[in-house]
Ligand binder design. Structure first.
Ligand SMILES: Cc1cc2nc3c(=O)[nH]c(=O)nc-3n(C[C@H](O)[C@H](O)[C@H](O)COP(=O)(O)O)c2cc1C
Length: 334
């Protein structure tokens, strides 16, 4: 996949899908503004593989064929604008706020959320199939790349972390067994996701709490991901349990993408408090990441890439070139 620049919009849940998990007009305005703004890769917000896996009642979903059409129109719009578009697939697990009965690897609640139903071995296997089926639908919808969300305390991360996974079947116990769910999902998704399209995984590189996943655990995990055909690691951190407050500064998570890139030899993306072109440039030129994911900076300003190109003195390939006039010298009206 060749991008026109290394600016990527990070997945951001916008709470504007219908109750049916389908795309609405608001998605076209929201994502469309970033297509027109020259972003190289736009990632969708989290898209649920199962109705019980929605974070909110207004998440996008891809658990049924009827949900393909709206996403297909969105990818066609992106391509018409010369923008690549990726989908983030996930299941919220015990952090779902949309369901009466929520599920997780073990009956351990997240903060004051309800106690989750411990998924049976069979239910875990059914979810592996749900990920695969959603990936097949994502192929039909025309996405350029696919990211599996295995971080931020959602279901796959809940299985990976010893904090949340106390199972005694083949999906719990040792680090290898806790990884089995994620590895099964990656195997099944890779089998149906086209070879020439990148498969990415978002990880929380460390849990940042005692007894949680460490950087060394993540190195081992990422090596397994690579052996199954994962092409890029999107390195975030934390969120397995409430209460962690770490230092946040521009590019604070670049140390994770850098470490994984060097230790595991795989392209990486970084994300986290990057809002200026200078920090984004430093992250890439220092070899800390191959791709820069921007979240809130692109919420504030869909034309962030236009300003960054102006600052760098390069011309941006814009779908509507007239926008470039906004950064030129003062013009008299005509
Ligand atoms: C409104 C909002 C929604 C988010 N939704 C998601 C999501 O759907 N999936 C995800 O992996 N991260 C999500 N995040 C986290 C962002 O992708 C990103 O990792 C985080 O905001 C840090 O980057 P930033 O400082 O550039 O915003 C969300 C963040 C925000 C602000």
């Amino acid at each position: 996949m060749t991008l026109k620049n290394r600016v990527a919009m990070s997945p951001m849940l916008m709470y504007m899908a219908g109750d049916d998990g389908k795309v609405t007009d608001r998605h076209f305005v929201h994502y469309g503004a970033r297509f027109l703004g020259g972003v190289g890769l736009v990632m969708t917000e989290v898209v649920a593989v199962d109705p019980r896996g929605r974070i909110s009642g207004h998440d996008l979903g891809l658990w049924s064929d009827g949900q393909i059409r709206g996403l297909q129109r969105l990818t066609a719009f992106a391509h018409d604008c010369g923008t690549k578009i990726g989908i983030q697939l996930a299941h919220a697990g015990r952090k779902s706020a949309s369901q009466e009965i929520i599920v997780g690897p073990s009956a351990l609640p997240y903060g004051d959320f309800p106690v989750p139903h411990e998924l049976s071995t069979r239910e875990v296997q059914e979810l592996v199939v749900a990920y695969r089926d959603a990936a097949v639908r994502a192929v039909h919808a025309g996405f350029d790349c696919l990211e599996i969300h295995a971080g931020h305390g959602y279901l796959l991360h809940e299985f990976l972390s010893p904090i949340t996974n106390q199972r005694s079947d083949e999906y719990g116990g040792s680090a290898t067994d806790r990884a089995k769910f994620a590895l099964d999902v990656i195997t099944e998704v890779r089998a149906v996701w086209p070879d020439d399209k990148p498969l990415m995984v978002r990880v929380s590189a460390e849990d940042c709490i005692e007894g949680g996943l460490t950087l060394e655990d993540t190195d081992d995990l990422v090596k397994d991901f690579i052996s199954l055909g994962v092409d890029l690691i999107d390195a975030s951190s934390g969120n397995i349990a409430p209460g962690y407050v770490g230092d946040i500064f521009p590019g604070y998570q670049a140390k994770y993408s850098r470490r994984i890139r060097k230790a595991c030899g795989i392209p990486t993306a970084t994300v986290g408090s990057i809002s200026t072109p200078e920090v984004a440039e430093m992250v890439v030129s220092s070899g800390s990441a191959d791709l820069v994911f921007l979240g809130r900076a692109l919420l504030r300003n869909p034309f962030w890439a236009l300003g960054a190109a102006k600052a760098a003195g390069v011309e941006l390939d814009l779908p509507i070139p007239t926008y470039a006039r906004a950064t030129g010298p003062y013009e008299r009206g005509f």
